[in-house]
Design a protein around this ligand. Structure first.
Ligand code: PEP
Ligand code: MN
Length: 637
């Protein structure tokens, strides 16, 4: 065990870029496990204050602090100095989280009988985790700075005292484990946060420190944001102080609209603030009666060939409303594929308001879609309307769509749930978010875990649009379900001229994808003619959403694509120069040095990370940008 550990450490040290990660405690402490978790070289310190000082002074690259324990909740011993450092102006960002399973042992010097142990040493947070067990054993608790430190103290002591620590720490200091697992709860674990200096890294974990004098300002914050609240004791000035893990600062500010609420964010950069927050993981479903659809589990990713949707992966499903002929669907499939679509849509059974309107070409049309799918590599998404058709459609289609009008056709939901294919579930035009999730539950309870939710507009008093795209409903569903949620701007708008705007709005709000109707001769389309985008407009939309075209697209279109990127790039460079100038002014006002080599190194890292495989180009770009920024900030070289 110990040998293995030494070997691990040596290999970590050989890694030239391995970060030095500070933790509080002696070797063998749980903090050391967290510090080593991502290839870091652990460095122990006597107190949390010392760890934070080392981070500030550059003695370490990263710090790990325990935030939360499964048995006792907030680890205030670490959270208090952390809060103090932040209030004092230390600019930290949270770059990761590590959960370390905790099994606390009672360990003493070899040969010590259990009934002679009268005192146990450990870190106060660890002692709190076994309050009841130790009381039952009649053992008094003695506070020291660390679990592994306790083992070390006991090993040097001639008494019959014990330590509460990991088996690893016990063995490291030559102690014998008298009792395994003395925590009051069986499932024990501690969550550590990894911190870096703000100018050294980009944030990844939404984490904020919040304090206020208003007791009511923060009520239900955990329910509203899905965040974990880690409370600290209040003081006269700020009766409410807490760490909020899992909600971004902009949202906290918006939810706690009281003037004296102070939020210090160590979280996501502003550009990501609009990202939707999925449900917090845990054991109970978000909605008890919907255990599948609202389970607290990692985000579901549905993957079929080039289509990947969920957990950050975004789908672009495109094609005609109705499959009208083999040639029509083949042409449109090629068009949308060349613009970066990841699946082909097309109706073979059409749910029409008027019974005399075109009803679809049925299973023949499915064969035409299969040919188009083979030619382009795009998987097929098509609506199934009747239980009797499910099996035949599932044999050839890749994803079964349930239309808005059938969202509560429970027999059909159960039937598609048993068909062995992913299901795209449209929200009914008159369905609430809860009813929509209830429909997903039907499909999932029948056996199909791969459900994609689709917001396609609800019926309101408005007649200017066919439906009202309910992005609020889509956002409200996000913290309730792990399932991917996409939007259908075409059926929401009912008008081609509004499709791009709605599509961009849904994309910006964090939709996991879009389903868009495209037709190359809308005037002659057999259904939904008014809302179809022609291929060139679809190409514009795809460009705006940063999809990748392929070489099948005509050269003129490809050039337009790259021109649009150049325009964006130039505008971003201009914005960067303007912001850099403001930074220069701010630094001059506050008397800080305008040049900062650590910042430059961080900028360089950002570019290299974003441009894998083009390291030289990244370097040259950074050189140019820094030179230009210096000129802006009027600094002599
Ligand atoms: C469709 O996608 O063609 C369709 C009929 O959609 P909805 O069920 O959302 O009206
Ligand atoms: Mn349609």
């Amino acid at each position: 065990m110990v040998l293995r550990e030494i070997a691990d450490r040596e290999s970590a040290q050989q890694q030239p870029d391995a970060p030095r990660v500070g933790y509080q405690g002696e070797p063998g402490a749980y903090g050391e496990v967290a510090a080593a978790a991502h290839g870091g070289i652990p460095q122990g310190y006597a107190s949390f204050e010392k760890v934070l000082e080392a981070l500030r002074d550059g003695g370490i690259d990263e710090a790990v602090l325990p935030m939360e324990n499964a048995v006792v909740g907030a680890i205030t011993e670490a959270l208090e100095p952390f809060a103090q450092a932040v209030v004092d102006g230390l600019e930290l960002v949270a770059v990761g989280l590590t959960s370390v399973p905790v099994r606390l042992s009672l360990a003493a010097r070899p040969g010590t009988p259990l009934n002679e142990v009268k005192r146990a040493w450990s870190h106060p947070a660890a002692l709190r985790q076994c309050t009841h067990r130790l009381a039952q054993l009649g053992i008094e608790r003695v506070v020291c700075y660390d679990t592994a430190g306790a083992a070390q103290i006991v090993s040097h002591d001639a008494s019959t005292d014990a330590a509460v620590c990991s088996r690893r720490a016990a063995e490291r200091y030559g102690l014998e484990v008298l009792l395994e697992d003395v925590s009051d709860k069986e499932q024990n674990g501690t969550r550590f946060v990894h911190l870096r200096m703000a100018d050294h890294a980009r944030a990844q974990v939404p984490l904020a420190f919040l304090r206020t004098s208003s007791m009511t300002a923060t009520g239900r914050l955990d329910v509203l944001t899905g965040a974990t609240l880690l409370p600290l004791a209040g003081n006269a000035e700020f009766p409410v102080r807490m760490w909020v893990l899992g909600a971004d600062a902009a949202r906290l500010q918006a939810l706690a609209p009281v003037r004296d609420v102070q939020v210090v964010s160590l979280g996501q950069p502003a550009a990501q603030a609009a990202r939707m927050v999925p449900p917090k993981q845990g054991s109970e479903p978000v909605v008890k009666s919907l255990p599948h659809a609202t389970a607290r589990k990692p985000l579901t990713i549905v993957e079929v060939g080039p289509l990947r949707v969920g957990a950050g992966a975004r789908a672009m499903i495109a094609g005609p409303c109705s499959v009208e002929s083999p040639e029509q669907v083949m042409r449109i499939a090629r068009e949308v594929a060349s613009c970066g679509a990841t699946a082909l849509r097309g109706g073979i059974f059409k749910p029409r308001t008027n019974p005399y309107a075109f009803q679809g070409h049925g299973l023949d049309a499915l064969e035409w879609m299969v040919a188009a799918s083979k030619a382009t590599g795009l998987p097929i998404v098509t609506e199934v309307m009747a239980v009797d058709h499910v099996q035949a459609v599932a044999e050839k289609a890749d994803i079964l769509q349930i239309g808005a009008r059938n969202m509560q056709n429970f027999d059909l939901l159960r039937a598609v749930g048993r068909a062995g294919r992913p299901v795209l579930l449209k929200r009914g035009a008159g369905a609430t978010v809860d009813e929509w999730l209830g429909a997903a539950e039907y499909v999932m309870a029948a056996g199909e875990a791969r459900v994609i939710l689709c917001e396609r507009g609800i019926r309101t008093f408005e007649t200017a649009t066919r439906n009202t795209l309910d992005l609020g409903g889509m956002l409200a569903a996000r913290p309730l379900t792990h399932l991917p949620i996409i939007a259908d701007p075409s059926h929401a708008a009912g008008r081609a001229d509004l499709v791009e705007g709605l599509a961009r709005a849904a994309w910006a709000a964090g939709a996991d994808g879009l389903i868009v109707e495209v037709h190359d001769d809308p005037a002659r389309a057999l259904s939904d003619a008014e809302q179809a985008l022609v291929p060139a407009r679809f190409a514009e939309l795809s460009r705006a959403l940063a999809l990748h075209p392929d070489a099948r697209l005509p050269l003129m279109q490809l050039r337009a694509w790259v021109d649009a990127i150049d325009h964006d790039l130039a505008a971003l460079v201009q914005r960067r120069l303007e912001v850099a100038k403001v930074i220069g002014e701010s630094k001059k006002q506050t008397g800080r040095a305008v040049l900062d080599p650590r910042r430059e190194a961080a900028v360089r890292r950002t570019y290299k990370e974003a441009m894998p495989g083009s390291s030289d180009l990244a370097d040259k770009l950074v050189d140019l940008l820094i030179e230009a920024a210096r000129a802006q900030q009027s600094i002599e070289d």
